[in-house]
Design a binder for this molecule. Structure first.
Ligand code: F6P
Length: 512
């Protein structure tokens, strides 16, 4: 049943009204057990949800909403490999990429075997590149899911990266990006990885062609050694002359593809065992999502909290605050994961929705954000839930720094909640501002895998409750079509049929 038609939705609406006076400070004062009651561990992640605008009744009602919208059945359909991405007629099986070998009977046994055969080949290749001292530079050319995941993860696990190799990520069609990278490369020392699920994406194809041309003008001839394609479209890669290929399958969405051949830059950086550990961490979270009861199921609780905030308390954004500079690309990664998945305006039957979906995600690492936009989080007019992500153990020896970092993370969550009295004055902080605190013991491949799978599944949960297809992305198509048309008009100067604003802009950029 569509979420807004369920009895739980109506009850939640009444609950939200009676909740208007909810204050975190009183909630803690009234309930000494609030912090432990609203905290939990999940594989490799500890979560403190207690500084959120929820109470036990809210959570119980949200879980009823999940039951009434068929969340468990939908989740199980995904894990059975049913084609739940119905607008593209595809299964959604990124989780299969981290499923241990030989553990599934029936129809999924064959794809699982293919996953492991490909994984073995890809990891053997990664190890051969690691052992090849001549190849000092690895350039990943890809965009969206074919860029953000590997880039985020290579940065996050930089402390484990093989010395002597540099990793570059070129995504934008903006030639400034590729030109700046090429400037510091030598053809004989460079491996280009052309990462594209479809092998048709304009940006990636343009960059790949330019990289190939550059390689040849530099005297390079051995394309098989210096170029590899990571794609579901091996035939298209071959047409471009790239015959070293690692495939994956149409049931892996682009933004869910880090676990596939798209993860090759990471496998080169941290090695085969590191990559297997990443998969194991994600698999542990898959099992948690599948088996923990809703009230102790972290992806379920986070996803339902997202629905509560978006639809009942009308908070329209979420700020991501990783207190770890190695996680600096995590906000960008999560933006695509959440907003491309759940930024939808129709339900699974194509009917317009009468309620909001994806929040806007944004953020920067702490403590930097504190000296930039945290002003608005503390004293602005909108309430923005913040998600702190911190790591107990640093990977450096500057112990003082890490203590200061963690102290700041905890203090910010505290300041948001407690506020400060200066009635009417500029130093008044209203407080009662919500946050979630996620804590990892260490930033390892395993914990990173678990953290990312947690985020994938919480996006599944809210998308499922909203009754949308979280696995297509038709909203990116129109711009691609129009860009083709405008590009053709740039050459011809034809303005016929263009709106007046676009025509004037086109004329301006065509001026010599
Ligand atoms: O245009 C959006 C999108 O399709 C994303 O979903 C995807 O991650 C990205 O483009 C890149 O696509 P591809 O891997 O096919 O080049």
């Amino acid at each position: 049943m569509r979420c807004n038609l369920t009895p739980a939705w109506q009850t939640l609406q009444r609950h939200a009204k009676s909740f208007a006076g909810f204050d975190l400070r009183s909630a803690f004062a009234l309930d000494a057990e609030r912090a432990p009651a609203l905290s939990q561990t999940a594989p490799h992640v500890f979560a403190d949800l207690s500084k959120n605008h929820v109470d036990a009744a809210t959570e119980a009602l949200l879980q009823a909403l999940a039951r009434q919208t068929g969340l468990a059945a939908h989740r199980d359909a995904m894990f059975r490999g049913e084609p739940i991405n119905h607008t593209e007629g595809r299964a959604v099986m990124h989780w299969l990429l981290r499923q241990p070998e030989g553990t599934l009977p029936g129809a999924l046994a064959v794809p699982l075997q293919q996953v492991h055969d490909t994984l073995r080949a890809m990891l053997a290749y990664a190890e051969s590149i690691r052992a090849d001292a001549q190849l000092t530079d690895v350039v990943n050319i890809g965009i969206g899911g074919s860029d953000l995941g590997p880039q985020m993860a290579v940065l996050a696990l930089q402390h484990l990266a093989i010395p002597g190799k540099r990793f570059h990520f070129v995504s934008n069609v903006d030639g400034h990006e590729l030109a700046a990278v090429l400037k510091c490369l030598k053809a004989e020392n460079t491996l280009f990885l052309i990462a594209s699920k479809t092998f048709t994406t304009l940006e990636t194809m343009t960059n790949a062609r330019s990289a190939l041309a550059w390689f040849r003008t530099q005297g390079g001839t051995d394309v098989a050694r210096h170029f590899a394609a990571l794609t579901t479209n091996v035939a298209a890669a071959a047409e471009c002359g790239i015959r070293t290929t690692f495939g994956f399958w149409d049931w892996v969405g682009g933004r869910y593809s880090l676990w596939s051949a798209i993860g090759l830059p990471l496998a080169i950086a941290i090695g085969a065992q590191g990559f297997r550990d990443l998969l194991a961490g994600a698999h542990a979270m898959d099992q948690h999502f599948q088996s923990a009861p809703f009230e102790a199921n972290l992806p379920v609780r986070l996803g339902l909290l997202d629905v509560w905030y978006r639809n009942f308390l009308h908070y329209t954004s979420r700020s991501i605050a990783p207190y770890h500079s190695a996680l600096r690309r995590l906000p960008a990664y999560l933006q695509q994961l959440e907003m491309e998945s759940n930024g939808k305006r129709v339900d699974r039957h194509g009917q317009a929705l009468p309620y909001g979906t994806s929040p806007v995600l944004w953020g920067e690492p702490g403590t930097n954000g504190q000296h930039a936009y945290f002003q608005m989080l503390h004293q602005g007019t909108d309430v923005v839930p913040v998600e702190f992500i911190a790591v107990k153990k640093p990977t450096h020896n500057l112990a003082d720094h890490h203590e200061l970092l963690l102290a700041n993370a905890i203090a910010q969550a505290q300041a948001l909640m407690l506020g400060q009295d200066d009635e009417g004055g500029h130093q008044h902080f209203p407080g009662n501002r919500p946050s979630t605190f996620l804590l990892l013991d260490e930033l390892t491949p395993t914990s990173l895998g678990a953290l990312i799978a947690l985020q994938e599944h919480r996006v599944f949960v809210s998308g499922s409750v909203w009754g949308i297809n979280s696995f297509d992305q038709w909203g990116v198509e129109l711009g691609k079509v129009l860009a083709k048309d405008i590009h053709a008009r740039m050459a011809s100067g034809d303005l016929v049929g263009l709106d007046a604003s676009s025509a004037a802009l086109l004329q301006r950029v065509r001026l010599g």
